[in-house]
Design a protein around this ligand. Sequence first.
Ligand code: TMP
Length: 209
Amino acid sequence: MRGLFITIEGGDGAGKSTQIRNIEGFFARKGLVVVHTREPGGTEISEKLRDILLDSGNTEMEDVTEMLIYAAARAQHVREFVMPSLEKGEIVVCDRFVDSSVAYQAYGRELGDMVAEVNHHATGGLKPDITFWLDIDPKTGRERVSKMGEFDRLEMEELDFHYRVYDGYKKIAESDPGRVKRIDASKSIDEISKEIETYLQELCSERGL
Ligand code: TMP
Protein backbone atom coordinates (compact mmCIF):
# COMPACT_ATOMS: atom_id res chain seq x y z
CA MET A 1 0.00 0.00 0.00
CA ARG A 2 1.23 3.52 -0.82
CA GLY A 3 1.94 5.61 2.28
CA LEU A 4 0.70 9.14 2.91
CA PHE A 5 2.32 12.32 1.68
CA ILE A 6 1.74 15.27 3.99
CA THR A 7 3.13 18.74 3.37
CA ILE A 8 3.30 21.80 5.54
CA GLU A 9 3.46 25.29 4.12
CA GLY A 10 3.53 28.89 5.21
CA GLY A 11 5.46 32.11 5.26
CA ASP A 12 8.66 32.31 7.28
CA GLY A 13 8.06 32.27 11.04
CA ALA A 14 4.72 30.44 10.83
CA GLY A 15 5.79 27.70 13.28
CA LYS A 16 6.13 24.81 10.81
CA SER A 17 8.84 22.94 12.74
CA THR A 18 6.72 22.63 15.89
CA GLN A 19 3.79 21.28 13.91
CA ILE A 20 5.96 18.81 12.00
CA ARG A 21 6.99 17.31 15.36
CA ASN A 22 3.33 17.16 16.34
CA ILE A 23 2.36 15.37 13.09
CA GLU A 24 5.21 12.89 13.56
CA GLY A 25 4.03 12.18 17.11
CA PHE A 26 0.46 11.61 15.89
CA PHE A 27 1.52 8.85 13.47
CA ALA A 28 4.14 7.36 15.79
CA ARG A 29 1.41 6.87 18.43
CA LYS A 30 -0.50 4.86 15.83
CA GLY A 31 2.59 2.66 15.37
CA LEU A 32 3.10 3.84 11.77
CA VAL A 33 6.50 4.52 10.21
CA VAL A 34 6.84 8.26 9.74
CA VAL A 35 9.74 10.12 8.16
CA HIS A 36 10.20 13.84 7.88
CA THR A 37 12.05 15.76 5.25
CA ARG A 38 12.28 19.24 3.81
CA GLU A 39 12.48 21.32 0.65
CA PRO A 40 14.69 22.57 -0.64
CA GLY A 41 16.75 19.63 0.61
CA GLY A 42 16.17 16.11 1.86
CA THR A 43 18.94 14.41 -0.16
CA GLU A 44 22.66 15.11 -0.41
CA ILE A 45 22.39 16.79 -3.82
CA SER A 46 19.25 18.75 -2.88
CA GLU A 47 20.88 20.02 0.33
CA LYS A 48 23.80 21.35 -1.74
CA LEU A 49 21.29 23.17 -3.95
CA ARG A 50 19.63 24.51 -0.77
CA ASP A 51 22.92 26.08 0.29
CA ILE A 52 23.16 27.89 -3.06
CA LEU A 53 19.54 29.08 -2.86
CA LEU A 54 19.68 30.43 0.68
CA ASP A 55 23.20 31.89 0.64
CA SER A 56 22.66 35.57 1.41
CA GLY A 57 25.79 36.34 -0.67
CA ASN A 58 24.10 35.18 -3.89
CA THR A 59 22.47 38.55 -4.51
CA GLU A 60 22.92 38.29 -8.29
CA MET A 61 20.76 35.21 -8.73
CA GLU A 62 18.16 35.68 -11.46
CA ASP A 63 14.53 34.84 -10.60
CA VAL A 64 14.30 32.16 -13.30
CA THR A 65 17.57 30.62 -12.08
CA GLU A 66 16.15 30.51 -8.56
CA MET A 67 12.92 28.86 -9.75
CA LEU A 68 14.82 26.22 -11.73
CA ILE A 69 17.15 25.37 -8.84
CA TYR A 70 14.17 24.87 -6.49
CA ALA A 71 12.63 22.60 -9.13
CA ALA A 72 15.92 20.73 -9.65
CA ALA A 73 16.28 20.11 -5.91
CA ARG A 74 12.68 18.85 -5.90
CA ALA A 75 13.14 16.52 -8.88
CA GLN A 76 16.03 14.81 -7.08
CA HIS A 77 14.22 14.69 -3.72
CA VAL A 78 11.01 13.22 -5.17
CA ARG A 79 12.83 10.46 -7.04
CA GLU A 80 15.55 9.63 -4.51
CA PHE A 81 13.60 9.93 -1.28
CA VAL A 82 9.86 10.75 -1.34
CA MET A 83 8.59 8.20 -3.87
CA PRO A 84 10.68 5.27 -2.52
CA SER A 85 9.43 6.05 1.02
CA LEU A 86 5.79 6.20 -0.12
CA GLU A 87 6.22 2.95 -2.03
CA LYS A 88 7.41 1.29 1.20
CA GLY A 89 4.12 2.43 2.78
CA GLU A 90 5.70 5.11 4.96
CA ILE A 91 4.14 8.40 6.05
CA VAL A 92 6.22 11.24 4.58
CA VAL A 93 5.94 14.64 6.26
CA CYS A 94 7.55 17.30 4.14
CA ASP A 95 8.39 20.86 5.21
CA ARG A 96 7.35 22.74 2.01
CA PHE A 97 6.71 21.38 -1.50
CA VAL A 98 5.43 22.71 -4.86
CA ASP A 99 3.04 25.19 -3.20
CA SER A 100 6.14 27.03 -1.94
CA SER A 101 7.38 27.46 -5.49
CA VAL A 102 3.98 28.69 -6.63
CA ALA A 103 3.72 31.13 -3.70
CA TYR A 104 7.34 32.37 -3.70
CA GLN A 105 8.34 32.13 -7.38
CA ALA A 106 5.02 32.42 -9.30
CA TYR A 107 3.53 35.09 -7.01
CA GLY A 108 6.47 36.51 -5.02
CA ARG A 109 8.82 36.76 -8.03
CA GLU A 110 5.86 37.18 -10.40
CA LEU A 111 7.01 34.41 -12.75
CA GLY A 112 3.45 33.20 -13.35
CA ASP A 113 2.24 29.94 -14.88
CA MET A 114 5.60 28.59 -15.97
CA VAL A 115 6.34 27.71 -12.33
CA ALA A 116 3.54 25.13 -12.11
CA GLU A 117 4.48 23.77 -15.52
CA VAL A 118 8.17 23.27 -14.68
CA ASN A 119 7.23 21.73 -11.36
CA HIS A 120 4.89 19.27 -13.00
CA HIS A 121 7.99 17.81 -14.65
CA ALA A 122 10.00 18.05 -11.42
CA THR A 123 7.47 16.03 -9.42
CA GLY A 124 6.30 13.66 -12.15
CA GLY A 125 2.79 14.71 -11.09
CA LEU A 126 3.13 13.68 -7.41
CA LYS A 127 0.66 15.56 -5.20
CA PRO A 128 0.32 15.63 -1.41
CA ASP A 129 -2.60 13.79 0.21
CA ILE A 130 -3.05 16.76 2.51
CA THR A 131 -1.35 20.13 2.95
CA PHE A 132 -1.47 22.38 5.99
CA TRP A 133 -1.03 26.06 5.28
CA LEU A 134 -0.02 27.84 8.48
CA ASP A 135 -1.51 31.23 7.82
CA ILE A 136 0.52 33.98 9.45
CA ASP A 137 0.53 37.68 8.61
CA PRO A 138 3.89 38.39 6.88
CA LYS A 139 4.73 41.19 9.30
CA THR A 140 4.21 38.97 12.36
CA GLY A 141 6.18 36.15 10.68
CA ARG A 142 9.04 38.48 9.98
CA GLU A 143 9.17 39.66 13.59
CA ARG A 144 9.34 36.04 14.76
CA VAL A 145 12.15 35.19 12.31
CA SER A 146 14.19 38.25 13.25
CA LYS A 147 14.27 36.97 16.85
CA MET A 148 15.72 33.63 15.66
CA GLY A 149 18.87 34.99 14.01
CA GLU A 150 20.11 36.21 10.64
CA PHE A 151 17.88 36.36 7.56
CA ASP A 152 18.61 34.01 4.63
CA ARG A 153 18.46 35.25 1.00
CA LEU A 154 14.66 34.89 0.72
CA GLU A 155 13.94 36.24 4.19
CA MET A 156 15.95 39.34 3.28
CA GLU A 157 13.35 40.31 0.66
CA GLU A 158 11.26 43.39 1.34
CA LEU A 159 7.81 43.09 2.94
CA ASP A 160 6.03 43.65 -0.40
CA PHE A 161 7.53 40.39 -1.68
CA HIS A 162 6.26 38.54 1.40
CA TYR A 163 2.77 40.00 0.93
CA ARG A 164 2.74 38.70 -2.67
CA VAL A 165 3.80 35.28 -1.35
CA TYR A 166 0.96 35.48 1.19
CA ASP A 167 -1.51 36.32 -1.57
CA GLY A 168 -0.20 33.30 -3.50
CA TYR A 169 -0.89 30.96 -0.59
CA LYS A 170 -4.39 32.39 -0.24
CA LYS A 171 -5.12 31.71 -3.91
CA ILE A 172 -3.70 28.16 -3.68
CA ALA A 173 -5.87 27.41 -0.63
CA GLU A 174 -8.99 28.82 -2.30
CA SER A 175 -8.42 26.86 -5.50
CA ASP A 176 -7.80 23.48 -3.84
CA PRO A 177 -9.79 23.36 -0.56
CA GLY A 178 -10.00 19.55 -0.57
CA ARG A 179 -6.23 19.23 -0.18
CA VAL A 180 -5.11 22.50 1.39
CA LYS A 181 -6.25 23.18 4.96
CA ARG A 182 -5.81 26.73 6.18
CA ILE A 183 -4.70 26.88 9.80
CA ASP A 184 -4.74 30.17 11.68
CA ALA A 185 -1.13 30.30 12.92
CA SER A 186 -1.84 33.15 15.34
CA LYS A 187 -3.64 30.65 17.63
CA SER A 188 -1.83 28.87 20.47
CA ILE A 189 0.40 25.87 19.69
CA ASP A 190 -2.09 23.59 21.46
CA GLU A 191 -5.05 24.83 19.45
CA ILE A 192 -3.13 24.51 16.18
CA SER A 193 -1.98 20.98 17.07
CA LYS A 194 -5.54 19.88 17.87
CA GLU A 195 -6.92 21.30 14.63
CA ILE A 196 -4.26 19.51 12.59
CA GLU A 197 -4.85 16.23 14.44
CA THR A 198 -8.57 16.42 13.67
CA TYR A 199 -7.81 16.64 9.94
CA LEU A 200 -5.26 13.82 10.22
CA GLN A 201 -7.73 11.58 12.03
CA GLU A 202 -10.26 12.17 9.25
CA LEU A 203 -7.67 11.28 6.63
CA CYS A 204 -6.66 8.12 8.51
CA SER A 205 -10.29 7.00 8.78
CA GLU A 206 -10.78 7.51 5.03
CA ARG A 207 -7.66 5.41 4.33
CA GLY A 208 -8.39 2.74 6.93
CA LEU A 209 -5.26 3.55 8.97
P1 TMP B 1 12.69 27.21 5.08
O1 TMP B 1 13.34 28.41 5.69
O2 TMP B 1 11.25 27.05 5.42
O3 TMP B 1 13.49 25.97 5.22
O4 TMP B 1 12.61 27.48 3.47
C1 TMP B 1 13.62 28.01 2.77
C2 TMP B 1 13.23 29.24 2.00
O5 TMP B 1 13.04 28.89 0.63
C3 TMP B 1 11.95 29.93 2.44
O6 TMP B 1 12.20 31.33 2.48
C4 TMP B 1 10.97 29.64 1.34
C5 TMP B 1 11.83 29.42 0.14
N1 TMP B 1 11.29 28.50 -0.88
C6 TMP B 1 10.98 29.01 -2.14
O7 TMP B 1 11.10 30.19 -2.41
N2 TMP B 1 10.53 28.12 -3.09
C7 TMP B 1 10.40 26.77 -2.86
O8 TMP B 1 10.00 26.00 -3.74
C8 TMP B 1 10.75 26.28 -1.53
C9 TMP B 1 10.62 24.83 -1.24
C10 TMP B 1 11.18 27.19 -0.58
